[in-house]
Ligand binder design. Structure first.
Ligand SMILES: Cc1cc2nc3c(=O)[nH]c(=O)nc-3n(C[C@H](O)[C@H](O)[C@H](O)COP(=O)(O)OP(=O)(O)OC[C@H]3O[C@@H](n4cnc5c(N)ncnc54)[C@H](O)[C@@H]3O)c2cc1C
Ligand code: SF4
Length: 331
């Protein structure tokens, strides 16, 4: 039994001050990940700060013509918001491909970005895991690593990030707005999640005293040409083996701008701008999409049980781009 205390934050400044003051305190939002981790004895916070009453639950226009999505808006309310559906349908699709309706009704956007890996060994406290406890070893390296990373891994951790929403946010160039004891900060989503290196216990660049306030979407939403393709063991209620967020800006059949973000393949959602540049000014064609897929997967390396992911990712990228270009119908 791990005893913990509980308080409810009345305002953002108070929440930040409390989390910086109380050692091993954690914010709790929807609780759909943190409570599971506590039940499994993976997370052992001594104090929970309930942030659900904070005024971070609005979706509003930004002065730059984009959309600001509050950290405490639920995944369901975000996916079904008329502005998100109309201007950022890629984000709606990605969110709706995740979890179940009941979970999405509880899960918040801030919590979604900060959910932890689904590596089985991370949840199994009887096995060594550098992410759970730095320096103990990685059970997945020589273990059953079918769901693990093929890009950006280290010899300390080969886990993948499980969020679908973050993959779409990466393709859309979102910016995470945060507040800590030193004030406000904007973190581009490209810099939000980290690679494991030799500190796999640290998932993101969010400071321990910082709270996520909102996620800002830039004006460009790729509403006309987008696709989110998630390949998984079951068609619902399962995490991605590979997912692809594809977004194109086109004049006729020529591609002016392209975004390709991958989920399920690395410790963070993965994007490679050089491979996207290969498509600029080119016609939408299977051959050009295959070239872009090969470029993004150039450094991919399989482990004993997951090399199939490299082939799967290549096919999924090509198919998602074909969906986005309307060369093939999206389900
Ligand atoms: C069975 C199951 C299936 C799932 N399937 C999928 C899936 O297919 N795809 C997918 O993307 N997700 C999936 N999820 C994960 C789910 O989307 C996340 O659990 C959820 O988004 C987390 O949000 P929350 O508000 O419940 O976070 P919580 O559990 O409350 O918090 C998670 C973490 O975020 C921190 N936190 C929360 N809000 C803030 C904030 N504003 N600022 C700073 N820190 C904060 C907490 O301290 C905690 O560390 C699944 C979950 C379950 C249980
Ligand atoms: S892959 Fe990462 S999370 Fe999984 S056992 Fe290894 S160190 Fe732990």
């Amino acid at each position: 039994m791990n005893p913990f205390s509980y308080s409810r934050a009345e305002n953002v400044a108070g929440a930040v001050s409390e989390v910086s003051r109380v050692r091993t305190a954690k914010f709790i939002a929807g609780g759909t990940n943190l409570i599971d981790l506590m039940k499994e004895n993976v997370a052992r916070p001594r104090h929970l700060i309930d942030i659900t009453r904070l005024p971070l639950n609005r979706i509003q226009d930004t002065d730059e013509g984009g959309l600001r999505i509050g950290a405490l808006v639920t995944n369901s309310d975000t996916a079904y918001n008329p502005q998100v559906e109309m201007r950022y349908p890629l984000l709606s699709r990605a969110i709706l491909s995740g979890a179940s309706p009941q979970l999405r009704n509880m899960a918040t956007n801030g919590g979604n970005l900060l959910q932890r890996t689904r590596c089985y060994y991370f949840y199994d406290t009887a096995t060594p895991c550098n992410k759970r406890e730095r320096g103990t070893g990685c059970s997945a390296l020589e273990g059953f690593n079918r769901m693990h990373a093929v890009l950006g891994a280290s010899d300390q951790c080969v886990a993948v990030h499980p969020s679908d929403m973050s993959v779409a946010l990466l393709a859309l160039d979102a910016v995470v707005q945060v507040r800590g004891t030193d004030g406000y900060r904007s973190i581009p989503i490209t810099d939000f999640h980290r690679l494991p290196g030799d500190t796999p216990d640290i998932d993101t660049n969010l400071g321990a005293d910082e709270i996520i306030l909102s996620i800002d979407l830039p004006p460009k939403g790729f509403a006309d040409h987008h696709a989110y393709l998630k390949v998984r063991d079951r068609t619902s209620y399962a995490f991605a083996l590979v997912s692809v967020a594809a977004a194109l800006e086109m004049s006729g059949s020529t591609i002016n701008d392209a975004r390709i973000a991958l989920g399920g393949v690395a410790h963070r959602p993965w994007r490679n701008k050089d491979s996207e540049a290969l498509l600029h000014g080119k016609p939408a064609s299977e051959e050009n999409f295959q070239n872009a897929a090969d470029a993004i997967l150039k450094d991919a390396r399989g482990l004993q049980y997951n090399s199939f992911k490299i082939v799967l990712a290549r096919r999924a990228i090509v198919r998602a781009l074909k969906h986005a270009a309307h060369l093939e119908k999206q389900q």
